[in-house]
Write a protein that binds this ligand. Structure first.
Ligand code: CTP
Length: 406
């Protein structure tokens, strides 16, 4: 993937700059052309000469330097790049990028770049974990920038924790994976999101706490990877990600009809919605008045949409979610079997930072084989990306696809 790609590498000032030198070398060994922009702080750690020699190209560091051939250099670099990678990305540069500040060659170029931007944050653990840095990273991820998670371990400042720049070999792998962004083109992905609501009378309904954040993040990621993406969503105030076809529904029965209509030619179906298990048997045509001291509503079971999809499954890769408060893995495994799933994303909604309405979640990807891939607490965007990586890997290793030469 990297052969003949033009990678613009932004290098910020941090002790991990030395690893960026190796990163350039590895990218070039993969066949990429590399140009480097250094910030003023990066120049305090390593000279421009080092990156010029290792990249084989002049290094840009100042907006005001004399240049041999006249062009508007930050625009020319932005247009040249197939991807902008910033490694190490300091807290300061992340904050500037999150708020659109353009006060040096790197941040100015970053604003002008249309190609994908990949950030490799590296800094002291406390700086990384500081809510302002986390919120900047979330903002940038929500805008579609790819964040490569820092590694954990002993940092140059003597502390232990997250904040190390990952090894260059791993960064190259992640860049390569990400630039395969079109890897889902030609596939149809259907995602359900949000909670269904079940009417009681013209003004009331039974609902749940689902915000739709997980499903919307998955739909956004699928479309970024080139998939034709349909989002069947219960009521949600979230904006529909650009490029996604949204079908809005309210009740479980409406969701079932919408999903079944999209299922036949779907390649992947991801059921992140929190479907109401029951609906009111007799919906009152008029508003219920508060005459009695108690009120009893009779509920009837809703169709289990996912189970029905499992029954009808032909070629589709079918993924469910399991929201549990206890016996996470056992309950999730029962659902895989009962609903004929290819994978279930299990999350313990009682854990802090997990489940409904949070920006983060803690999930395990569980397969029918019993294999479990666990993720640490991560943003829903990161989980969406990892989920689609897992699905893509599973689909490409399917024997029937190999035999069709796919
Ligand atoms: N699901 C569905 N239709 C339903 C209920 C659930 O399609 N009527 C799907 C959800 O979208 C999710 C998966 O089934 O992908 C598991 O949902 P969950 O609420 O965890 O479990 P349930 O099957 O509803 O079982 P229980 O509530 O007893 O745990």
């Amino acid at each position: 993937m990297l052969a003949a790609k033009k990678i613009l590498l932004g290098v910020c000032g941090g002790i991990a700059v030395y690893k960026a030198v190796e990163l350039v070398s590895r990218l070039r060994r993969e066949g990429a052309a590399v140009k480097v922009i250094m910030t003023g702080s990066a120049l305090k750690f390593v000279s421009q000469l080092t990156f010029r020699e290792i990249s084989g190209n002049p290094v840009a560091a100042s907006m005001w330097a004399d240049i041999p051939v006249y062009n508007v250099e930050h625009i020319a670099l932005a247009e040249w790049a197939d991807a902008l990678v910033i490694a190490p990305a300091t807290a300061n540069v992340l904050a500037k990028l999150a708020s659109g500040i353009a006060d040096d060659m790197l941040t100015t170029t970053a604003l002008a770049v249309k190609a994908p931007i990949i950030l490799c944050p590296a800094m002291n653990t406390n700086m990384y974990e500081n809510p302002v840095t986390q919120s900047n990273l979330e903002k940038l991820a929500a805008r579609g920038l790819k964040i490569i998670q820092p590694a954990s371990g002993r940092l140059a400042c003597g502390t232990y924790g997250a904040g190390r720049l990952p090894e260059p070999i791993d960064i190259v792998q992640e860049i390569d994976d990400y630039l395969r962004g079109g890897s889902m083109s030609g596939l149809k992905v259907v995602v359900t999101a949000g909670g269904t609501i079940e009417p009681v009378d013209p003004v009331r309904y039974i609902g749940n706490r689902s915000s739709g954040k997980m499903g919307y993040a998955i739909a956004g990621e699928a479309v970024r990877r080139g998939a034709g993406t349909v989002l069947v969503s219960g009521p949600s105030s979230l904006p529909v990600p650009p490029g996604v076809t949204a079908i809005k529904v309210e009740t479980a029965v409406e969701m079932k009809d919408a999903v079944l209509a999209e299922y036949g030619d779907a390649d992947i179906l991801i059921k992140a919605a929190a479907v109401a298990d029951y609906r009111v048997k007799d919906i009152c045509a008029a508003k219920i008045k508060k005459k009695e001291e108690t009120l009893t509503l009779e509920l009837v079971k809703n169709p289990d949409i996912l189970k029905e999809l499992g029954r009808l499954k032909t070629k589709q890769y079918l993924v469910g979610f399991a929201a549990e408060t206890d016996n996470l893995v056992e309950n999730a495994r029962v659902k895989i079997k009962e609903k004929n799933l290819d994978m279930i994303v299990a999350n313990d909604v009682s854990m802090p930072g997990a489940g409904f309405n949070h920006d983060t979640n803690i999930v395990k990807f569980i397969y029918p084989s019993g294999e479990i891939v666990s993720m640490e607490k991560a943003s829903k965007q990161e989980i969406a990306a990892k989920l689609l990586d897992q699905i893509s890997a599973a689909i490409s290793s399917r024997p029937e696809r190999d035999s069709q030469g796919c």
